[in-house]
Write a protein that binds this ligand. Structure first.
Ligand SMILES: C[S@@+](CC[C@H](N)C(=O)[O-])C[C@H]1O[C@@H](n2cnc3c(N)ncnc32)[C@H](O)[C@@H]1O
Length: 231
C-alpha cells in the first residue's frame, strides 16, 4: 500500500507548483508563520543540513540563514525552479532527490560519502510540510532511512500543519491504517485526493524510534514543530 498515494502526491505538487505559495498568504496564518520563520535559523546554525521536499523553498531562506551548508532537495524540479529564483543564503545548493530513497544525486559529495561507507556529512535535517504526507505505515521506516543519512548527534527538525477547522481543507475520509485524506481543488478546476495526516504530539513522538533523544514539540495554532537530536 502507499505507492499510488505517494506517486499521486508527487504529481499533484507538480501541477500546484506555480500557485503553491498562496497557502502562505492566508491572513489567519501570518502570526504563526512569523513565529516559525524566526525559530528556524538557530536550529541549524553552523550545521551541514539536508532539506527534504523543499518545494518552492518557503522555509529555506530563513532556516538556512546561519547554516554552514544547505542541500535543498525535492523530487520535482518544477517546485525547485521557483525556489532557485529566490534570494537565498550563499550556502544553499539544490539537488533532485526522492525522499523515499534518499539516494545520492550523481557526483554529490555528501551522499556519496554515506553511500560508500564513509561517515554521513549531514549533521542536521529539515523537512517542512512533509511528515503529514507520508503514509503512517511508512513513517517508521522512512525515519530510520533518514537517520542513516545523518551523523551521530545530528539535529532533526520537522515543521507541519495543524488541523484548524476554519482554515484547513476538510478531511474527506480516513483509511484502515488511520491515514486521512483531503479533496484539493487546483485553479485549473482539477480535484486531487491527497493524503494529509495531522499527528498529535504523542503520536509523533511515539514514531521517532530509538535513535531520537531530547524531542521537543512546539504547538502553534496552524503549525507544529518537532525537533530532536540523534544519539
Ligand atoms: C507540501 S509540499 C512542501 C514544500 C515545502 N517544504 C514547504 O513546506 O512549503 C510537499 C513537497 O514534497 C515534494 N515531494 C513529493 N513527493 C516527493 C518525494 N518522493 N521525494 C521528495 N519530494 C517529494 C513535492 O514536490 C512538494 O514540493
Amino acid at each position: 500500500m502507499g505507492k499510488d498515494v505517494v506517486e499521486d502526491m508527487a504529481a499533484y505538487y507538480v501541477q500546484r507548483a506555480a500557485t503553491y505559495e498562496r497557502v502562505y498568504f492566508k491572513p489567519e496564518r501570518q502570526a504563526d508563520l512569523r513565529t516559525m520563520e524566526a525559530a528556524l535559523p538557530a536550529e541549524f546554525a553552523g550545521r551541514d543540513v539536508l532539506e527534504i521536499a523543499c518545494g518552492t523553498g518557503w522555509w529555506t531562506p530563513y532556516a538556512a540563514h546561519d547554516a554552514a551548508s544547505w542541500l535543498a532537495t525535492d523530487l520535482n524540479p518544477e517546485t525547485m525552479t521557483i525556489a532557485r529564483a529566490k534570494a537565498l543564503p550563499a550556502c544553499v545548493r539544490f539537488a533532485t532527490v526522492d525522499a523515499y530513497t534518499l539516494d545520492a544525486p550523481e557526483a554529490d559529495g555528501p551522499f556519496t560519502a554515506a553511500a560508500s561507507g564513509g561517515a554521513p556529512s549531514f549533521d542536521a535535517a529539515f523537512a517542512g510540510c512533509w511528515w503529514s504526507h507520508v503514509p503512517l505505515q511508512r513513517l517508521p521506516g522512512w525515519l530510520a532511512l533518514l537517520h542513516t543519512r545523518l551523523a551521530p548527534g545530528a539535529r532533526v527538525v520537522f515543521l507541519d500543519n495543524s488541523y484548524v477547522q476554519t482554515s484547513s481543507t476538510p478531511i474527506s475520509r480516513s483509511d484502515a491504517a488511520g491515514n486521512t485524506y483531503q479533496q484539493r481543488l487546483l485553479p485549473d478546476g482539477s480535484v486531487h485526493e491527497v493524503l494529509k495526516n495531522f499527528p498529535t504530539r504523542e503520536q509523533a513522538l511515539a514514531l521517532l524510534g530509538p535513535r531520537a533523544r531530547d524531542a521537543c514539540w512546539v504547538d502553534c495554532t496552524h503549525y507544529w514543530l518537532l525537533s530532536y537530536a540523534l544519539r
